[in-house]
Design a protein around this ligand. Sequence first.
Ligand SMILES: NC(=O)c1ccc[n+]([C@@H]2O[C@H](COP(=O)([O-])OP(=O)(O)OC[C@H]3O[C@@H](n4cnc5c(N)ncnc54)[C@H](OP(=O)(O)O)[C@@H]3O)[C@@H](O)[C@H]2O)c1
Length: 317
Amino acid sequence: MKAFTYERYGPPENLRMAEVDTPAPNAGEVLVKVLAASVNAADWHVLRGKPLFSRATLGLLRPKHQILGVDVAGQVAAVGGDVTGVTAGDEVYANLLDHGYGGFAEYVAVPVGVLASKPANLSFEEAAAVPMAATTALQGLGRHGDLQPGQQVLINGATGGVGSFAVQLAKASGAEVTGVTSTGNLELVRSLGADHVVDYTTTDFTRGGRRYDLILDTVGNQSVPELRRALAAGGKAAVTGFTSVAGLLGVSLRGGKDVVQVQAHVSSEDLELLSQLIEAGKLRPRIDRRYRFAEIPAAIAYLEQGHARAKVVVAMT
Ligand SMILES: NC(=O)c1ccc[n+]([C@@H]2O[C@H](COP(=O)([O-])OP(=O)(O)OC[C@H]3O[C@@H](n4cnc5c(N)ncnc54)[C@H](OP(=O)(O)O)[C@@H]3O)[C@@H](O)[C@H]2O)c1
């Protein structure tokens, strides 16, 4: 099969289209013919081996996982042993972050615990946009953050992959939602359902005087004291992103029950919950750019600039 592979940490130009063996599904796995994938920040972090300390798990000198790609949507081509409830031909979507990546390829073996039926009302490209970003938003808001109806919720980075789902999820839960973005994206944030918008080019939300019950910071450009300043009494902040290693460590060292770092892990149960919300019309992926399989390095380079308007997807055919 064809796959994009890389052997050295570095820029997207290090990726090469290569012929590799098609994986065989092990027990508990299915082989998925990948029809669409989406690009995530994880892809460019792992491609570059950054932050450097992440190489302790990614491979000290050379990358352990030579095929990137965590989000896929496609059709089940073969079923491994001990698999029930999934059969060849099923249309599925999945996430491979905790299972060795491998989505930027024609086929990938996927454990059944991280896949679900593709939402019936989405194309394969739209479905591939969902798993990583929407699960991170769901877990950041709901598990780390304890999202409740009527809360004042702020999403920093409201137009990114995670943020664009977070605005919709918070709104669907009955919260009053504020989205932080740049001037050109204010309308997009309103169209996602935000009640209020903050333009970060003119206003620092941590100094505006308004207090929030829940902050999902997908950018990671605020310190723990700054986040605390914007929290209402008893409020919580969940941080998914980081702009510096010091910032990342700051949340781990200076955070606590009120300010936590999110570590998202995709599961079939959460994908099924997201499918229900999508099929009920409460959640819809927004697609910024569509690329073809051969253009995956360009798709990663675009996302790495940090200004994608929601999701960047790849059609594999
Ligand atoms: N912890 C986890 O489990 C987990 C899982 C998934 C993702 N993440 C991390 O979460 C972060 C966000 O992921 P993503 O997929 O949403 O990234 P993304 O799609 O690349 O985010 C891009 C968005 O960030 C916005 N942005 C950039 N600077 C901003 C600022 N100063 N204030 C407000 N918004 C700003 C941009 O809006 P403008 O164009 O308007 O600037 C753009 O829409 C990444 O760091 C990623 O590594 C963590």
